[in-house]
Design a protein around this ligand. Structure first.
Ligand SMILES: [Zn+2]
Length: 342
């Protein structure tokens, strides 16, 4: 975008509140994990949007926003081209941000929202809890243009919609300014809050024994151990993929990755090429090569599965959806792996 188009922007007046909001959202692991989640502001013909791979949590420390020419991005979508392809420096969810008509648009991978959005009966469950809000439900659809089209469709039916819950994905909301958007986010979070199940504490002695001879480390966040110590969480994970971000660990044995292995040292020794190991009933060890982004994603997954009720009917991604999202996931993976976190 031409520098001339942005010269009148007063960073303090217009982008300051956006960056403050981005920082608060980015520092809450229940709302965003690693470089997931994004924010945008439509201002004087420009779309200021989070740059690809940046972490919202770094909003106060680095340059996380880039300006795009709003009319050009809209034209790109009309031509059926994903703006993320044309502007690779911009968020991969740029099409969604442009399609939402609001001045401020915020997209989060809220663990409370996702815990509802992975249910077969999500629309009914959310209907009770979000009553009175101008919200709509979109069953799972791949990110990028397909998702932007679905958002267009629901907006055409109810143009004053300002909250959209995305099946097996997260939440997008918009407002006239940052204050209204944050207020709405807090309201949704309160309505959708689920207390996580209490999990068995980890067996630190056994995990330390595994880490002593093998290339494993213990995660800093104790909540991650629930993936292996909580039998309900293990069962939920065994059923399949709940959302595409799980595929950032994608490789031939991805499904296996989320299955707990027996709690013996010889068994653990078989899996030293894995990024992490769920040790049945005992806890989680992580590879010393695991990136902060991967750890953040694993921590988010743990928070989601601890909020999924054992009796709820779950809607896992289909094999086709996992396959179709694998290129997006690979893109994200690179994005995450290359992302510098201040
Ligand atoms: Zn997303």
């Amino acid at each position: 975008m031409e520098q001339g188009m942005i010269k009148n922007v007063s960073v303090n007046d217009d982008l300051g509140p956006l960056l403050d909001l981005a920082g608060r959202v980015g520092c809450d692991p229940l709302l965003t994990q690693a470089s997931t989640g994004n924010i945008s502001l439509k201002l004087d013909g420009a779309l200021w949007i989070k740059a690809s791979g940046k972490w919202l949590a770094d909003a106060s420390r680095g340059k996380i926003l880039i300006p795009l020419d709003l009319a050009s991005v809209r034209a790109t979508i009309r031509q059926n081209i994903d703006p993320a392809e044309l502007y690779p420096d911009a968020s991969i969810e740029t099409a969604m941000h442009v399609t939402m008509p609001h001045r401020v648009v915020l997209h989060v991978h809220s663990v409370n929202t996702i815990a509802w959005a992975v249910r077969e009966d999500a629309a009914a469950q959310l209907g009770t809890r979000l009553q009175g809000l101008r919200w709509q439900w979109i069953p799972y659809v791949a990110s990028g243009l397909p998702l932007a089209r679905e958002i267009s469709r629901v907006l055409a039916a109810l143009p004053d919609t300002d909250v959209v819950v995305l099946g097996n994905h997260g939440l997008v909301l918009g407002g006239e300014d940052c204050r209204a958007t944050e207020h709405l986010l807090n309201d949704i979070e309160r309505r959708l809050a689920i207390a996580p199940r209490e999990a068995h504490p980890a067996d630190y002695a056994l995990l330390a024994e595994l880490a002593a001879d093998l290339p494993w480390a213990l995660p800093d966040d104790d909540a991650i151990h629930a993936l292996a110590t909580d039998p309900v969480s293990r069962k939920v994970l065994e059923g399949g993929f709940l959302y595409p971000c799980q595929a950032i660990f994608s490789d031939a044995r991805t499904r296996e990755l989320f299955r707990a292995v027996p709690d013996t040292v010889p068994a653990a020794a078989e899996f030293t090429d894995r990024p992490f190991l769920l040790v049945k009933g005992r806890g989680v060890v992580i590879s010393q090569a695991m990136t902060p982004a991967e750890i953040a994603m694993l921590r988010g997954l743990s928070q989601v599965v601890q909020r999924v009720s054992p009796s709820s009917p779950l809607r896992y991604l289909t094999e086709d959806e996992v396959a179709a999202s694998s290129s997006t996931a690979a893109y994200r993976y690179r994005e995450l792996a290359n992302a510098s976190h201040a």
